[in-house]
Structure formats: structure tokens, C-alpha cells
Design a protein around this ligand. Structure first.
Ligand code: ADP
Ligand code: ADP
Length: 228
């Protein structure tokens, strides 16, 4: 589903954000990407989403070398990827329901179908009463759940979530994690960046730990040794 081979990413005038990262994520996996702030988690996700290009190395997403995907083809690749950005990236001039509907409308789904799916996903994130509100009228935690709903509404093959529970209280955190699990059970491959160790301890999933741009550990045993 995702393969990185010796990937380096260097922003101008900075220490490398990613350093010789080789990593594979199989179809159907649920993987936590962890590590301290600045370790390179967001950068890795942006590379997979084609929001940035690697400085060197190779990245395959759905078996396609992203460096060879034409800019005009990137939107098609992204249709199969749901993303929860750290800063949500909700459209401020559209309602919650319109924000969530957006990925379906881009695909040209019939209006009835869009409405049905949007209603269902808003219910599942507990926002069925907020569909007509604008994002800025919502709390940070509610905006985060809108972002999760938008990422999941199209049943993406791959979900990239950058600190999707970062602004949520423990109860809402579990609800969002349940949604990610349910999506994974339906076949979505899930990659979650988090520095919340309690999540890693609670869910027995593969953990890839980044440290200063390198893969410092990869596997289920990181939980037990507490190195994540
Ligand atoms: P994390 O998500 O683990 O906090 P990031 O991928 O955001 O890590 O950052 C990795 C490193 O790359 C940090 O040193 C950060 O300052 C730097 N970085 C991230 N984005 C940019 C950017 N757009 N321009 C320059 N440096 C960046
Ligand atoms: P975090 O490090 O908390 O994961 P992000 O990587 O999401 O934060 O960064 C937030 C925004 O700031 C992104 O648009 C990123 O490109 C930008 N950014 C991060 N670090 C730098 C940096 N050192 N210089 C310039 N832009 C940066």
C-alpha cells in the first residue's frame, strides 16, 4: 500500500526532516507513527499524500511511484486517500455538512447518496445536530471530528491522520479511535501520527517510531520496552 525506499527529505536550511527512511505498510494494516515533535511524522505523511516531494529515495503509494505521477493525476490518487490534517483544513465558508460532502461531490455522486452518507457519518461522530453550522462556530474538538468525518466519508483505501485526537478529551479520543478502527475493519489501511503514548499502550498495533528523521524502532515490541 505504501513503500518508502531510502527516503530523504531536506527543507532548505534545515537539518534533514527524514533521513534514509525505508518502510512498508501493507494493505489492511493499522500503524501508529510516533516520535517527538519535529521527528518527521507530518513530513512523512505529506510525502505519501504528494503534498511534498522527497529530496531523494523512492515512494510507492498503491504501487505507483509518486515522483512519476503527473501533477494533473495527483487529484485522482488523492481520491483514494482520506486525510486528517493537524490543522483540519476545513473550508470556513462552507457548512459542516458541505465540508464533509466535498470529497463525494468531487466524485460526482448523486445528491441523494451524498446526503445519506454525510448524515450517517455525522451521526457516527456525534455531530448530527451541527451539519448546518460553519466550522468556526464549533469547538476545536468538534472541528477535529468534522475533519475525521470528511476523511472517512468516502471509504478511502488509505487513511492518513496527523494527531487526529490531539484536541480531544479522553472520551472523544476513544470515539475517534473507534471510528478509525471501524474504517480499518472495513478494509481501509490506516496510518496515524501521534505522540500520545496512552494510545500506543491501549491499542496493540504496529508502532513505527521516528527520531530526528530516522526510523528508530518498528514493531509491536516498542510498547513493552517503552521506547516509543
Ligand atoms: P513532526 O510531525 O514529527 O512534528 P515534522 O515532519 O513536522 O515533524 O518536522 C520535521 C522537521 O522538518 C522539523 O525540524 C520541522 O521544523 C521541519 N519542517 C517541517 N515542515 C517544514 C517546512 N515546510 N519547511 C521547513 N522545515 C520544515
Ligand atoms: P508539527 O511539527 O507539529 O507536526 P507541522 O509539520 O504540521 O507541525 O507544521 C505545521 C505547518 O508549519 C506546516 O505547514 C509545515 O509545513 C510548516 N512548518 C513546520 N516546520 C516549519 C519550519 N521549520 N519552517 C517552515 N515551515 C514549517
Amino acid at each position: 500500500m505504501i513503500q518508502l525506499f531510502h527516503v530523504h527529505k531536506q527543507y532548505a536550511g534545515e537539518a534533514p526532516a527524514l533521513l534514509d527512511v525505508t518502510l512498508g505498510v501493507e494493505k489492511g494494516e493499522f500503524v501508529f507513527l510516533t516520535g517527538p515533535s519535529g521527528a518527521g511524522k507530518s513530513t512523512l505523511m505529506r510525502l505519501v499524500f504528494c503534498a511534498e516531494a522527497a529530496t531523494s529515495g523512492q515512494i510507492l503509494v498503491f504501487g505507483r511511484n509518486v515522483a512519476k505521477v503527473k501533477p494533473s493525476q495527483i487529484p485522482y490518487l488523492r481520491r483514494s486517500i482520506g486525510v486528517v490534517f493537524q490543522d483540519f483544513k476545513l473550508l470556513p465558508d462552507r457548512t459542516v455538512a458541505e465540508n464533509v460532502a466535498f470529497p463525494l461531490e468531487v466524485r460526482g455522486l448523486p445528491a441523494r447518496e451524498v446526503r445519506r452518507k454525510v448524515d450517517a457519518i455525522l451521526r457516527s461522530v456525534g455531530l448530527e445536530l451541527k451539519g448546518g453550522k460553519f466550522p468556526l462556530a464549533l469547538s476545536g474538538g468538534e472541528q477535529q471530528r468534522v475533519a475525521v468525518a470528511r476523511a472517512l466519508v468516502g471509504d478511502p483505501a488509505l487513511l492518513l491522520a496527523d494527531e487526529p485526537t490531539g484536541n480531544l478529551d479522553p472520551e472523544r479520543t476513544l470515539e475517534v479511535m473507534d471510528l478509525l478502527h471501524a474504517a480499518n475493519a472495513r478494509g481501509t489501511t490506516v496510518l496515524v501520527a501521534t505522540h500520545d503514548r496512552s494510545l500506543l499502550e491501549r491499542y496493540k498495533k504496529r508502532v513505527v517510531a521516528l527520531e530526528r528523521g530516522r526510523v528508530a524502532a518498528d514493531g509491536a515490541e516498542i510498547r513493552r520496552t517503552g521506547r516509543a
